[in-house]
Design a protein around this ligand. Structure first.
Ligand code: HEM
Length: 414
């Protein structure tokens, strides 16, 4: 393979077809082999509509940090399906006034107002609460042999943690998770008309709910993040739409991906008993193991950037408006960066992966997710034995990757 920085962009119809196939196959269980072919055939792939898809680690990182690239509300649409990707009320539209789709200076303003709550120190204050929640949820799962790890633990844990932080009433939080799932499902290129309509309804319900909640916080402030957000009197305070967008972004990003990390991580451990045993014998490896699980099966498989100013990447001259896809799933398995990338190695210490992206949009919730994963894994390896007890099922793979169902039996250690 060429040396870092010297990837030459090129078209390759076979690699393009393969890439779209990976993105569109909702049940494909092992995208990494496909991504390996794409990376080997065309590491900087120019698709037929001029998008540049990057699958080498260094190229992805370079693009994510490049100031000529930024955000736009474009959605990458693999042109393989007959129906164009749904652009009505998608996640993108809900988030369009949030930091996720903003560039500086708006990005700076939108992120700064909430960012300190997610720094290491503030997140560590949540440890006792996260520990309490996790212990209770695992007890519930242990009481139900053959129960579903996703619905009993992986979903309610992060939903409750982020909801406590934001100040979403107990009675409402879990009730909104099916709506978020409907929204995410509607974004998939394979979504049919019915799915799209249900996603739109869910989007409207979320907007309605969060605008009412923010109004309520303004009238009855409590000790939570949404109350602080509406009370903010700084010059750079957010307008109403930005607040709603931010609240919805934090709620959805706060659990959707963490659920997938817990599910993908547990699945990887169950598939590799040797590594699982290693973690039981060496719980001190847990922090490294979390990074390895994030690298190995990332909950966010790729992202999209838009060219803001003319730029040359991998030898290709790109005009404003063109899209660039950093393929995290491929970059995290790049053998130039990680030795034997297909191997799960819980003690691997080879530097950062791209599961949380890089640059200005680096995941705001990284410390929070790490805390949740750490507490969960600690309980699991020190207190329980676990085995599969039924068929697991993946969720649609487009952009977000996780499990719909992961049945297990959890037995407390004597
Ligand atoms: C951004 C992944 C958990 C909040 C991102 C991005 C990725 C990511 C890849 C960058 C997207 C892009 O550049 O296009 C993950 C993963 C998680 C996780 C894999 C769990 C395993 C969380 C949690 C929160 C959160 C728990 C809590 C609120 C955010 C926010 C952004 C973001 C607000 C936007 C940051 C910005 O645009 O400046 N995340 N995330 N994430 N994440 Fe996470």
């Amino acid at each position: 393979p060429p040396a870092p920085g010297t990837t030459a962009a090129r078209t390759d119809p076979d690699a393009e077809r393969l890439l779209y196939q990976i993105m569109l196959d909702p049940l494909g269980d092992e995208p990494y082999e496909g991504y390996r072919h794409v990376r080997e055939q065309a590491p900087a792939l120019l698709t037929s509509d001029g998008t540049l898809a990057l699958s080498r680690f260094d190229d992805c990182e370079h693009a994510l940090r490049h100031r000529a690239l930024g955000k736009d509300d474009q959605v990458f649409d693999p042109k393989i399906s007959d129906t164009p990707l749904n652009r009505s009320v998608t996640l993108v539209e809900l988030f369009s006034s949030s930091m996720l789709f903003a560039n500086p200076p708006d990005h700076t303003r939108l992120r700064r107002l909430v960012s300190s709550a997610f720094n290491t120190r503030h997140v560590q204050d949540l440890r006792p609460a996260v520990t309490g929640r996790t212990g209770t949820l695992l007890e519930a799962l242990a009481a139900e042999p053959g129960g579903d790890f996703i619905t009993t633990v992986a979903l309610p844990l992060p939903v409750n943690v982020i909801s406590d932080l934001l100040g979403i009433p107990e009675a409402d939080r879990m009730a909104f998770t099916p709506k978020v799932h409907a929204l995410v499902a509607a974004l998939a290129p394979t979504a049919d008309q019915e799915c799209v309509l249900s996603g739109e309804r869910a989007g409207r319900d979320l907007i309605g709910y969060f605008s009412a909640l923010l109004t309520d916080k303004r009238a009855h402030p409590a000790d939570d993040m949404l109350s602080r957000l509406v009370a903010s009197r700084e010059d750079d305070a957010l307008d109403d739409q930005e607040m709603i967008s931010t609240a919805i972004l934090l709620f959805i990003a706060g659990f959707e991906t963490t659920t997938n990390l817990l599910g993908n991580g547990l699945n990887a451990l169950l598939n590799d008993p040797g590594q699982f045993r290693r973690l039981r014998e060496h719980p001190e490896l847990i922090p490294l193991a979390i990074e390895e699980l994030l690298r190995f099966d990332p909950p966010v498989q790729f992202t999209v950037r838009t060219v803001l100013e003319p730029v040359t990447l991998a030898g290709a001259d790109l005009e404003p408006g063109r899209m660039v896809l950093p393929l995290f799933a491929a970059a995290n398995h790049d053998p130039e960066r990680f030795d034997h990338p297909e191997r799960l190695d819980l003690g691997r210490d080879q530097g950062s992966h791209l599961a949380f992206a890089s640059g200005l949009h680096f995941c705001l919730g990284a410390h929070l997710t790490r805390l949740e994963a750490e507490v969960f894994l600690h309980f699991l390896v020190t207190r329980y034995d676990i085995e599969r007890s039924g068929e697991a099922a993946r969720r649609p793979i487009y952009m977000l990757r996780g499990f719909e169902r992961l049945p297990v039996t959890l037995t407390p250690r004597p």
